[in-house]
Design a protein around this ligand. Structure first.
Ligand code: 8YV
Length: 327
């Protein structure tokens, strides 16, 4: 019997490709070319599986051109690049890569918060540009992290990781808002207090966004929400572009309506709103929150395990729409 055929849509660790090759006919993209939706569907024709990252969209139009496809395995915990309804309707399994990136991503959220509050990137640019000629009492004076009020919007696994770092490591007062409230046990573990979204915006000294992107969370932070925040507050987005209205944020940063922002994700990335590139009080990183070597390897292996689990053994590890498919 011939092996099933899978497409790995982006460059990945060679050892992960080698594992896949034990089970599948593998077509790869180790040159990491950027494929249009048409190119992706053309390359996917006749294949049963696809290994995706958050950059590849799997939707009804693509599925209509790839009738042999049985599974798309995302090397990401977020899956807003998947149209789950369309996939379920076509009988295509979707899997994501949860858990393996939780602590690494929470570390990064905290790093970005600290860099933003303490103006690390801005001061480093100043030093490198040869502008540092003397010490002065207010040179890059920022805001404190320890003892401050940490607000978290979206309290899933990563949000809880950030809450624990803040509460237990930095003595922060943690408040959160989420679609559903945590159990009393989890709230106690995270030392986190549930508040309304308005209270969160008004009380947070540092507000971290960790909610999934969906049409419901589009521009969850826009001009009206930014106007509710403290003028001394910082805003950190490690969730998804589109949750923040980047144009409104750039205007708020320029007018100092909030003190600073730290952004790892952007609307329309890898493009970045030109006004965000101009304002000094924002730390910008290229979607690297999960980017430690061991974690990226674990994410890639989990996506591979989902392909092997489903196409070889009929049992995926972390399915998203198994109920719709009876998988
Ligand atoms: C990924 C992410 O690196 O897991 C996610 O949802 O945003 C990142 O960890 C990125 O999406 C590439 O797939």
């Amino acid at each position: 019997m011939s092996k099933p055929s899978v497409l790995v849509a982006r460059a990945v660790f060679p050892e992960v490709l080698a594992r896949l090759a034990e089970h599948f006919e593998v077509s790869d993209n180790q040159a990491d070319a950027t494929w249009s939706a048409d190119e992706l569907s053309a390359r996917l024709a006749g294949r049963q599986g696809v290994f995706t990252t958050a950059s590849e969209r799997i939707d009804a139009a693509l599925l209509a051109r790839c009738p042999d496809l049985k599974i798309a395995a995302n090397m990401a915990v977020g899956y807003n690049n998947f149209d789950l309804d369309a996939m379920s309707a076509r009988g295509v399994l979707a899997t994501n890569a949860p858990d393996v990136l939780t602590e690494t991503t929470a570390d990064f959220g905290f790093a970005l918060l600290m860099a933003t509050a303490r103006r690390i990137a801005e001061s480093e640019h100043y030093l490198r540009a040869g502008q540092w000629t003397k010490w002065s009492y207010d040179l890059f004076a920022g805001s404190d992290v320890h003892g401050a009020t940490l607000g978290i919007l979206g309290m899933g696994r990563i949000g809880q990781g950030i809450a624990k770092r803040g509460a237990h490591g930095f003595g922060m007062n943690v408040i959160y808002h989420n679609r559903s409230r945590l159990t009393p046990e989890l709230e106690a573990e995270c030392k986190a207090r549930y508040v309304s979204k308005d209270e969160l915006l008004q009380q947070a000294d540092h507000l971290v966004l960790v909610l999934p992107y969906s049409p419901a969370s589009h521009h969850a932070i826009g001009a009206a929400e930014l106007a509710q925040m403290k003028p001394t507050a910082t805003l950190i987005n490690i969730a998804r572009g589109g949750i923040v209205d980047d144009a409104a944020l750039a205007a708020a940063l320029k007018a100092k309506r909030i003190a600073a922002a730290g952004l790892d994700v952007f609307e329309g990335e890898p493009s970045v709103h030109p006004e965000l590139l101009r304002v000094p009080n924002v730390v910008l990183t290229p979607h690297i929150a999960s980017a430690s070597v061991p974690t990226r390897l674990a994410m890639a292996n989990l996506a591979a395990d989902n392909l092997i689990g489903y196409l070889v053994h009929g049992k995926p590890l972390t399915p998203l729409n198994a109920a719709a498919l009876n998988a």
